[in-house]
Design a protein around this ligand. Structure first.
Ligand code: ATP
Length: 235
């Protein structure tokens, strides 16, 4: 469904992503792991069209989308839940969710989507008229994810959904990701929380200093003490 071929991202002299090839098949959960500064956010920002690709090709559903605008990519079915749970703090939960669906012209479809995600994320139903900035970290993360899902993406890229959350909330977020996986959604999961991500992913890529160091079954990376210790600082 999503295919990257030798993609590089440069910020002036900084080579953030160097010739990375990666694919995500329909219905798969693929983990993109790596320590701070590895290039994970740069890579998915390039997929979204938020930062330019300096070389390489990005294909989505068989089409070359390397130079498509972010708006075009949203229309084609690529969704992103950015790092740092960027919700609009001064808008209510309801308004944040409506913004996520703004590209969807059909009112009935929008209402259906809203009902679906309020059921999946009951806390958002309880906080519906509350300003997003008053939500807890875990609640904001749920809002960021559901806002992204409101655009009905075919693939969703989640950028560090567990970052900065208490362990019990991290568990809840991963339960939700498992639920999304069970519903058939295709997911590219960017995480530093390697063990949790690998327990849910089908396949995994390990990025370090902008280069791929591993690609394969999530279980194989999970079992590779050497790689995990060397690149992720966990054993
Ligand atoms: P983190 O988990 O800390 O967000 P990451 O794996 O997502 O890390 P990136 O944020 O993609 O990594 O950063 C990769 C490299 O590119 C880093 O060296 C970073 O300092 C650099 N970088 C990121 N954004 C910019 C920018 N706008 N201008 C210059 N350099 C940047």
């Amino acid at each position: 469904m999503l295919e990257l071929e030798s993609v590089s991202v440069d910020y002036g002299a900084v080579k953030a992503v160097q010739s990375v090839s990666l694919r995500v098949e329909e219905g798969e959960v693929v983990a993109l792991l790596g320590p701070n500064g590895a290039g994970k956010t740069s890579l998915i920002s390039a997929v979204m069209g938020i930062v330019p690709v300096s070389s390489g090709t990005i294909r989505f559903a068989g089409q070359d989308v390397t130079f498509a605008s972010p708006e075009d990519k949203v229309r084609k079915g690529i969704g992103i839940s950015p790092e740092g749970r960027r919700v609009f703090s001064n808008l209510t939960v309801a308004e944040n969710l409506q913004l996520g669906a703004s590209a969807q012209p059909d009112k009935a479809v929008r209402a259906e989507q809203l009902a679906k995600y309020l059921e999946m994320f009951p806390i958002l139903k309880q906080r519906y008229r509350q300003k997003a900035g008053t939500l807890s970290g875990g609640e904001q993360q749920q809002l960021a994810i559901s806002r992204c899902l409101m655009s009905r993406p075919r693939i969703v890229m989640l950028d560090e959904p567990s970052l900065g959350l208490a362990p019990v909330i991290v568990e809840k977020i991963f339960d939700l990701i498992a639920e999304l996986k069970a519903s058939g959604l295709t997911i590219l999961l960017v995480e530093q929380n390697a063990n949790e991500a690998l327990s849910i992913a089908d396949r995994a890529y390990l990025l370090h200093s902008g280069r791929l160091r591993f690609e394969g079954a999530a279980q194989d990376l999970f079992n590779s003490d050497d790689l995990m210790t060397h690149y992720m600082g966990v054993g």
